[in-house]
Design a protein around this ligand. Structure first.
Ligand code: SF4
Length: 283
């Protein structure tokens, strides 16, 4: 019997105005992209989105903030939101925080509030990273991932393909992920935007599918390989092939600054393939 497909929804808690210069990200203040910018969505709205996500079948709900990393104020806000979700949506098992670089203490505090997983992507290989970001280092990212595990949180860590990285970079990136042993590996595929300084030809669908397979094969113990941002843009009419390629999780609903297909269409795609949806975090 094939493995069930996990659904995860994203809540963009705080959007845009990030001081960092990641060349692939529209939330960087360096690129002036035409996106919504706001600080801290009201907690009631976050809880409403969590309820909707669960009603759509999501087992994971990810609280994302733009910015380099956690501050004490940010920890306090995310902790408050997570606590409230635990109170009002107890059937939503997996509350994930995704708030950039973080210390062990900050992560422990989030855990105490009810967060049980933290997403921090390596993004790409250590060697390629200086080509896509100059305001912080890949080593800082790796360290946060170590902190996540030490804090007793489940680690989600992956990255983004299609930034102009070489085959060697991909190999090195996957090897680093393997070293971290994340429970979930989110794979994003670069979605171009005219405001971004990064101008690269999009990945062809076969290459993108083969990258999912490569990650799955090289890190067989990861519980979930999750296709996240750039799914619709990259895979187009062949999105249904991502599961055969090795993915067993997707992000439903909208991404951080781009629109998704809508939960209904995604669920129809999955069930039409004869695949089952995961009912909880374990399957
Ligand atoms: S990827 Fe994260 S750190 Fe980089 S610009 Fe975007 S929000 Fe900021």
């Amino acid at each position: 019997m094939s493995s069930p497909i996990f659904l995860c929804a994203i809540c963009n808690v705080s959007s845009g105005s990030c001081s960092e210069d990641c060349k692939f990200c529209t939330q960087s203040i360096h690129h002036n992209a035409d996106i919504k910018r706001y600080k801290n969505k009201p907690v009631e709205l976050i809880v409403t989105e969590a309820k909707q996500a669960r009603a759509n079948g999501a087992t994971g709900f990810c609280l994302v903030t733009a910015g380099k990393g956690l501050s004490d104020k940010k920890v306090e806000f995310i902790a408050k939101a997570a606590y409230q979700i635990r109170q009002e949506v107890p059937e939503l098992e997996n509350i994930i925080a995704c708030n950039g670089t973080a210390t062990l203490e900050q992560l422990k505090e989030l855990k105490r509030a009810g967060v049980n997983a933290y997403n921090h992507n390596l993004e790409s290989s250590k060697e390629f990273y200086p080509h896509i970001c100059n305001t912080h280092s890949w080593d800082e990212r790796f360290l946060t991932c170590i902190n996540v595990k030490e804090a007793g949180l489940n680690l989600l860590s992956g990255g983004i393909f299609g930034l102009g990285e070489s085959e060697e970079d991909r190999e090195s990136f996957i090897a680093s992920l393997k070293e971290l042993e994340p429970k979930t590996i989110p794979l994003n595929f670069f979605h171009p935007n005219p405001a971004l300084p990064l101008k690269v030809a999009p990945l062809d669908i076969d290459t993108a599918l083969s990258l999912i397979t490569r990650v799955r094969k090289q890190i067989p113990n990861a519980m979930k390989i999750m296709v996240a941002g750039g799914r619709q843009f990259t895979f187009k009419h062949r999105q249904n092939e991502i599961f055969e390629a090795g993915a067993n999780a997707i992000v439903i609903g909208d991404y951080l600054t781009t629109s998704g297909s809508g939960a209904k269409a995604d669920i129809e795609m999955i069930t039409s393939l004869g695949l089952k949806l995961a009912k909880n975090c374990h399957g």
